[in-house]
Design a protein around this ligand. Structure first.
Ligand SMILES: Cc1cc2nc3c(=O)[nH]c(=O)nc-3n(C[C@H](O)[C@H](O)[C@H](O)COP(=O)(O)OP(=O)(O)OC[C@H]3O[C@@H](n4cnc5c(N)ncnc54)[C@H](O)[C@@H]3O)c2cc1C
Length: 157
């Protein structure tokens, strides 16, 4: 077996960058949706970008299986629209993925269905509220804007 000498250079600590703090979501496609990629780069290249992303997903899943990584992999990513116009675009995109790429796993979740799903989740967290004993959440970032942490409590007072 060949021997390799590996050195890792890391400015901070291992995992300090995006890999150590991403959302852990195994999404499909690229940051831009396929219709936009088709507009910018044409059908052929857009299709290659789609395939690249599908291969990346398959590689991650294969590695999780091969190394028995206990990362609680669950199927499904929910893209929630916060404007009606965005919801329409998501619905069109799901249909587009099926029609043009034969991808049948993207499903549009109607507003009423979202309300039922979120309601069911909140039912399991009765009286959900910000933890009064913790610091208020801080929202940082521009592109990936989000809270550093949101301490919450639930259950009876
Ligand atoms: C908040 C957030 C959420 C995300 N969520 C998701 C998600 O849910 N799903 C998804 O697929 N992607 C997500 N991403 C994107 C994904 O995490 C990144 O694309 C991926 O981790 C990038 O990996 P990388 O190895 O290129 O960079 P990094 O993991 O950032 O590694 C780069 C490393 O290089 C080090 N470094 C920098 N400069 C030097 C230097 N001069 N010398 C030595 N070391 C240096 C840094 O400290 C860092 O540790 C998210 C990203 C962020 C920031």
């Amino acid at each position: 077996m060949p021997l390799h000498h590996v050195e890792q250079l890391e400015a901070a600590r291992v995992g300090a960058g995006a890999s150590g703090r991403n959302g852990g979501q195994l999404g499909s496609g690229q940051r831009l949706g396929q219709p936009e990629l088709e507009r910018r780069f044409g059908q052929e290249r857009a299709r290659l970008l789609w395939q690249l992303a599908e291969e990346a997903k398959a590689l991650v899943k294969a590695r999780i299986a091969r190394h028995e990584i206990a990362c609680e992999l669950r199927p499904g990513v929910l893209h929630a629209a916060h404007k009606a116009a965005h919801a329409e675009a998501l619905e069109r995109e799901a249909a587009h993925l099926e029609r043009r790429y034969g991808y049948e796993q993207a499903r549009y979740v109607a507003r009423a269905e979202m309300a039922v799903g979120i309601g069911a989740l909140l039912d399991r967290l009765p009286n959900l509220r910000l933890d009064p004993d913790s610091e208020a959440p801080r929202f940082i970032g521009m592109y990936e804007r989000g809270a550093t942490e949101i301490p919450v409590v639930f259950g009876p007072h």
